[in-house]
Design a binder for this molecule. Structure first.
Ligand SMILES: Cc1ncc(COP(=O)(O)O)c(C=O)c1O
Length: 427
């Protein structure tokens, strides 16, 4: 088959006719499909149902004998911190086990920095004329929502397969002193699946920047592998300390996509100074996290090997879904050179780049056919994708048959949007 851009006007018109007929037939089917959000499927949630029976009627003390039913222990229980210390490469004293959402912790840290400033800040960030964050793109829409909501200016930085474009980060940091933060998803990034190389990690912790510049190292997908090709963990806090910037990195993770989203446990790790700073504020917000849920997670996951074994069961369920997405995209779009996409080795997303100027139209066409896709632009700050090209696909939630149907429909929508544009251009 010939690439769309190489088709003659007559060929484009005939393809347009055929795709319009296909699309009309699709709409008539009255589908209700959803590939918007990266949520685990019911089968994945079932993997953790033992949690619903834990920790058991008389099991409410930690190893030290503390009654976990009561208030207290703002740092979280030591057993769970020790378990995730191995997973996240953060020393136990510098790792906190907190509430049910890492996004909440990220939001709260940005809010506390706005209200009070960080240890090195001359004044609260809110008293600065402008505070800016670097936002690798495409990226996680909820990160961008936090900074937008709190009045922080967002500066996009292009992603590569090995993390953000370091030369661009260096250039921006050197020329713009208002930059105080950066969002990063270092392993199986949302949505591109990129894995930061150690070289990129070293550069990020070493580059000259404001003293209260912070990297939000959101390791949401640290154990969420789809293949045996498991990346070498990066001990980012040691790298930052070695580079003479021990306070630069804030590490986040959670069990949301290990056990239950919304009923899991979030983690925050950093330098001793940042952890004390965080606790000085969080101790005012809360008299301690849900330690019973933390104990439940210790009993269920047991140790780092237990986490790895559990994640293999997730992989068995979701790897075939990613394979189907790849198969449909390759079959439907590759022959026309209609798009490029990522083939991630982990995480929750496939990032699809269609022809410039066609993403919003394709998503709208899919929506009219009953296929909900994350709104175009969501992966960019302020929902502005300058090329209008990126579409995020979340394959995990729907059953396989529905996923394939949704992908077939989305491909029809993409092709129609692109041919419409080309026919328009050819006119
Ligand atoms: C990169 C990233 N960070 C954080 C979250 C949310 O984490 P939590 O459930 O711990 O708030 C998600 C969920 O999709 C995510 O993709």
């Amino acid at each position: 088959m010939t690439a769309l851009v190489e088709l003659s006007t007559a060929e484009l018109r005939s393809l347009h006719e055929q795709l319009t007929a296909d699309y009309d037939a699709l709409v008539k089917r009255g589908l209700h499909l959803d590939i918007t959000r990266g949520k685990p499927s019911a089968a994945q949630l079932d993997l953790s149902n033992e949690l619903l029976e834990l920790p058991g009627e008389h099991d409410y003390r930690d190893a030290a004998g503390t009654d976990l039913r009561n208030y207290g222990n703002t740092q979280g229980i030591t057993e769970l911190r020790a378990l995730f210390s191995d997973v996240l490469r953060v020393p136990v004293p510098q790792l906190l086990a907190l509430g049910n959402s890492s996004l909440t912790v990220m939001h709260d840290i940005v809010a506390q920095a706005m209200l009070h400033g960080l240890p090195e800040s001359e004044r609260p960030w809110s008293r600065e004329e402008t505070v800016s964050f670097l936002c690798p793109v495409p990226g996680y829409d909820r990160h961008f929502a936090v900074t937008e909501h709190l009045g922080i200016r967002m500066i996009p930085v292009p992603m590569t397969d090995a993390g953000p474009d370091v030369a661009e980060v260096e250039r921006l940091l050197a020329e713009d002193p208002t930059i105080r933060g950066m969002w990063c998803v270092p392993v199986h990034s949302n949505p591109t699946g990129a894995i930061y190389s150690e070289e990129v990690a070293r550069a990020l912790v070493s580059l000259p920047a404001a003293s209260d510049f912070r990297i939000f190292w959101d390791n949401a997908y640290v154990v969420h592998h789809l293949t045996d090709d498991v990346p070498e963990p990066i001990d980012i806090l040691s790298l930052a300390a070695e580079a003479g910037n021990p306070n630069r990195v804030l590490v986040f993770a959670s069990t949301s996509k290990i056990t239950y989203p919304g009923a899991g446990v979030a983690f925050f790790g950093s330098s001793p100074e940042n952890v004390s700073w965080f606790l000085s504020h969080s101790a005012v917000q809360s008299i301690g996290p849900d330690k019973i849920n933390q104990l439940r997670h210790v009993r269920f996951l047991k140790d780092a090997q237990g986490v790895a074994d559990h994640m293999l069961k997730h992989r068995e369920i979701i790897a075939p879904k990613f394979a189907e997405v790849e198969e449909v995209l390759r079959r439907r779009l590759a022959p026309y050179e209609a798009a490029t996409w990522t083939s991630p080795s982990g995480g929750y997303f496939v990032s699809l780049d269609v022809h410039d100027g066609c993403a919003a139209r394709a998503v709208a066409l899919a929506a009219q056919a009953g296929i909900a896709v994350t709104p175009a632009g969501s992966t960019y700050p302020y929902h502005r994708d300058p090329r209008d090209a990126n579409i995020r696909i979340a394959p995990t939630m729907p059953p396989l048959s529905e996923l394939v149907e949704a992908m077939e429909g989305l491909c029809t929508a993409v092709l129609l949007a692109e041919v419409e544009r080309l026919v328009g251009v050819a006119d």
